[in-house]
Design a protein. Structure first.
Ligand code: NDP
Length: 402
């Protein structure tokens, strides 16, 4: 079955490598982005005859429609930027193509994370008999499926959910982001938000933090920020009373980030520079290290998981931790990319595989936790991201009493 992959950055490169390892599912693979040479470089590195290249500016629905008409794919894997989600979904409806992405739609002029724009397509996808799978990277993605797995196998009621994301890798650069710098800095510099007793509580950016202990890594200072999967998870699991997302940052990273903000380089509005309109954050992206080039000297591991408390199937108190650790070196050896791209690209391929093999094929627009977690997590483990469970651990997170 034919797939089109839009975007061949760090994540797209991993998705392409991983799809090419499964010709029994992905019989033909088309790589498409604005820059043909980038697609060709990835296709050459993969070196398989069923991988071809094309160009598209996915901001333009007509160009995406033309791309789909040329190739007639069964599914598109959208690993371009969140700005293109809606144009690609529109083209899917016009051409009868199924859809998967790894990040929710964001308007360019406002760093605002919510699913409403994409959930508004539910009825149209359902009526067209098409499936859209939203947020199928690691977080969002595996984080939601881990939660669904916990609910299916271990809990009768989940009360607290803490998604913990640690990157304990070292790339040797003074400052670099692990995925698209513009998207990454927009996310981190936003006000934080967490869910408690039916309400969203807003925080200053990175206001709350404490050290958490990560398997095989140790203690790392971890900060509460808003992350998009919380929105669907608290709706799909209404017994959750508190839901938070934590991410680790080093002091050096935070100092650079503070300076970037203080000097106005994180601005997303246009400024006039010698008669040319530029967006400072987009200009900054042009001078920062490309996340795709970090892999070569990247050492250490990522560790991402869910820490959940509630009642087990018999109604007794249970704490539970499910996580994956991924080595930057091993990810690089296999795909030429670092672990952040790898941990996003593998689940995106697995989500597409679930759809194409009929396991996650309900028409409509769905978040990943709405599907059966078992076949997906088996595929994720078999494709480079083994995961582990700990029963009754000390979750640590309650020491920050929010
Ligand atoms: P990169 O910046 O490395 O790559 C983005 C790619 O999209 C490039 O190939 C670029 O191609 C292409 N692109 C950008 N604009 C357009 C356009 N208008 N039309 C066609 N192609 C376009 O980003 P990453 O690979 O780091 O991230 C990709 C996505 O993955 C992002 O949406 C990010 O938010 C998401 N992500 C999700 C994670 C998760 O766990 N869920 C974690 C990390 C990332 P070109 O330059 O040639 O135009």
């Amino acid at each position: 079955m034919k797939v089109v992959i839009i975007g061949v950055g760090g994540v797209g490169t991993v998705v392409a490598h991983k799809c090419a390892q499964h010709p029994e599912v992905f019989s033909e693979i088309v790589l498409a982005s604005r820059t043909l040479s980038k697609c060709e470089a990835v296709a050459k590195a993969i070196g398989k005859p069923n991988v071809s290249c094309d160009t598209v500016d996915a901001d333009d629905v007509e160009q995406v429609v033309a791309l789909f008409e040329r190739h007639k794919p069964k599914m598109v894997i959208n690993v371009a930027l969140p700005y293109q989600d809606l144009t690609i979904m529109d083209a899917c409806l016009r051409c009868g193509v199924n859809y998967l992405d790894t990040a929710n739609y964001e308007p360019r002029d406002e760093a605002h994370f919510e699913y409403s724009w994409q959930w508004a397509y539910r009825e149209r996808f359902e009526k067209a008999g098409l499936t859209a799978i939203l947020g199928c990277g690691f977080d969002p993605g595996v984080s939601g499926v881990f939660t669904a797995y916990a609910a299916k196998h271990h809990f009768s009621e989940m009360h607290t959910l803490d998604i913990v994301d640690c990157n304990a890798g070292n790339h040797g650069k003074a400052f670099a982001t692990n995925f698209n710098p513009e998207i990454n800095i927009r996310e981190i510099t936003q006000r934080g938000r967490y869910y408690k007793d039916g309400k969203w509580i807003s925080t200053e950016p990175l206001e709350y933090h404490m050290p958490l202990t990560y398997p095989n890594i140790g203690e790392r200072e971890s900060y509460i920020l808003y992350h998009e999967e919380l929105e669907s998870l608290v709706l799909n699991y209404p017994s959750i009373r508190r839901a938070r997302f934590w991410m680790t940052f080093g002091q050096e990273y935070l100092t650079h980030l503070r300076v970037i903000q203080n000097i106005g380089m994180a601005r997303i509005d246009e400024v006039d520079y010698k008669g040319v309109k530029i967006v400072p954050l987009q200009f900054l992206k042009a001078v920062l290290p490309d996340p795709q080039d970090l892999g070569q000297n990247y050492h250490g591991e990522t560790s991402i998981g869910c820490r959940i408390a509630g009642l087990d199937k018999e109604g007794k108190p249970l704490t539970y931790y499910i996580y994956n650790n991924c080595s930057h070196e091993e990810a690089f050896r296999e795909t030429g990319m670092q672990a952040v791209s790898y941990t996003t690209g593998v689940p995106a391929m697995c989500g597409a595989m679930m759809f194409l093999t009929g396991k996650w094929a309900t028409p409509g627009v769905h978040n990943v936790e709405e599907f059966d977690p078992d076949p997906f997590l088996a595929a994720v483990a078999a494709n480079g991201l083994p995961w582990h469970e700990v029963m009754q651990p000390d979750l640590e997170v309650d020491r920050l009493d929010l």
